[in-house]
Design a protein around this ligand. Structure first.
Ligand SMILES: Cc1ncc(C[n+]2csc(CCOP(=O)(O)OP(=O)(O)O)c2C)c(N)n1
Ligand SMILES: [Mg+2]
Length: 343
């Protein structure tokens, strides 16, 4: 955990480099699993690694993170186990959610990752509720919620920002503006052209940051997390970023994006930039960075093996952990279980 009083040191920079490389290798492996038919589709976060990495570096035990349909990078930045994540993606019983959540519903409450969520914008009020709980229990914990530029037009964000502001809740709203909601450009859909500017209507700081720079992301997050921890209330961060892949696996970006634009953002790649920074400032050697890259690669290879070798859940597990209090006996009585078992 880092605080606003701390400077961004060498160890944190290297740790963030490792996190971003781990995310990228994870996503690349997911693509391979999808290509081989084991994973039915996913929303890749490649290109957006710096956003959660910069802010999660400030979090401590008891802090909360909530994500979106595109959340592998949020989970890894929060420290969720990559073996269990990969197993979850492949629907295996060893997954974070015993294989029942899949790519869009990874959660690990032990790590404060309260969940990804396939319903656009829906985690924003949930995160605000988590912040309210942290405040009511007199903790100094904070809640961070990630959402996209598309989600920024959902009413849920505006209701949550209003409540968070009047009650000074320790929540940080992080808009990952990757310029598109599916194929709809941000310039078309976001009135006023800025998500961050909307904060002024709710009397909270609104900050636009280069989300492809993990250093800038870390610095801006430092102020926001500090403000939330000290009881001064919420902040809205708009991180300008870019997804290199399609919206999901089968999406053809050439239908709505120019290759020049894609190239522009790839040249500003967050991992490449941090790598160059570490070398230029003599904060790491080429050998050290290569070792970090190799260890991330090994970790992901092991995660893939773990996931592929893990069993699928037993059919009898179909209804367990699905409802918190729904009596399983009732389901048996309805005959649904028999029906599934015999189908
Ligand atoms: C309430 C709701 N409306 C529509 C969808 C379909 N949908 C899934 S992702 C998406 C685009 C979201 O765009 P953005 O918020 O910018 O996130 P990004 O995909 O760029 O990360 C849409 C419309 C949905 N899942 N939930
Ligand atoms: Mg978007």
């Amino acid at each position: 955990m880092a605080t606003a009083k701390q400077k961004l040191d060498q160890a944190t920079l290297k740790r963030m480099f490792k996190t971003m490389v781990l995310i990228r290798r994870f996503e690349e492996q997911c693509k391979r699993e999808a290509d081989s038919g084991k994973l039915r589709g996913m929303h890749s976060s490649v290109g957006q690694e710096a956003v959660p990495t910069g802010i999660c570096a400030h979090l401590k035990d008891g802090d909360y993170v909530l994500g979106t349909h595109r959340s592998h990078h949020h989970c890894i930045a929060r420290g969720v186990d990559v073996n269990e994540m990969m197993a979850e993606l492949l629907g295996k019983s060893t997954g974070t959610n015993k294989g029942k959540g899949g790519t869009m519903h990874i959660a690990d409450i032990t790590k404060g990752m309260l969940g990804a969520n396939g319903v656009v914008g829906s985690n924003i009020p949930v995160a605000t509720g988590a912040a309210l709980s942290a405040k009511m229990r007199n903790t100094d914990n904070v809640s961070v919620v990630f959402f996209g530029d598309g989600a920024s037009n959902q009413g849920a964000l505006h209701e949550a920002m209003n409540l968070a502001s009047i009650w000074k809740l320790p929540v940080i709203f992080v808009c990952e503006n990757n310029r598109y909601a599916e194929s709809t450009p941000f310039e078309y859909s976001v009135a006023g052209g800025s998500v961050a500017d909307r904060a002024s209507g709710y009397d909270m700081p609104g900050i636009t940051v280069d989300g492809q720079s993990v250093v800038e992301m870390w610095e801006v997050s430092s102020q926001a997390v500090d403000r939330a921890r000290s009881g001064d209330g919420p902040t809205l961060i708009e991180a300008m970023t870019y997804r290199y892949e399609g919206h999901f696996g089968a999406d053809d970006t050439s239908q709505y994006r120019y290759s020049e634009e894609e190239e522009y953002y790839r040249e500003r790649d967050c991992i490449k930039r941090l790598r160059e920074h570490l070398l230029d400032q003599e904060l790491a050697t080429e050998k050290e960075l290569a070792e970090i890259e190799k260890s991330a690669e090994n970790e992901i290879e092991a995660a893939s093996q773990f996931a592929n070798q893990s069993p699928f859940p037993e059919i009898g597990e179909l209804y367990s952990d699905v409802y918190t209090s729904y009596p399983q006996q009732k389901l048996v009585e309805t005959g649904i279980v028999d029906e599934v078992l015999n189908s």
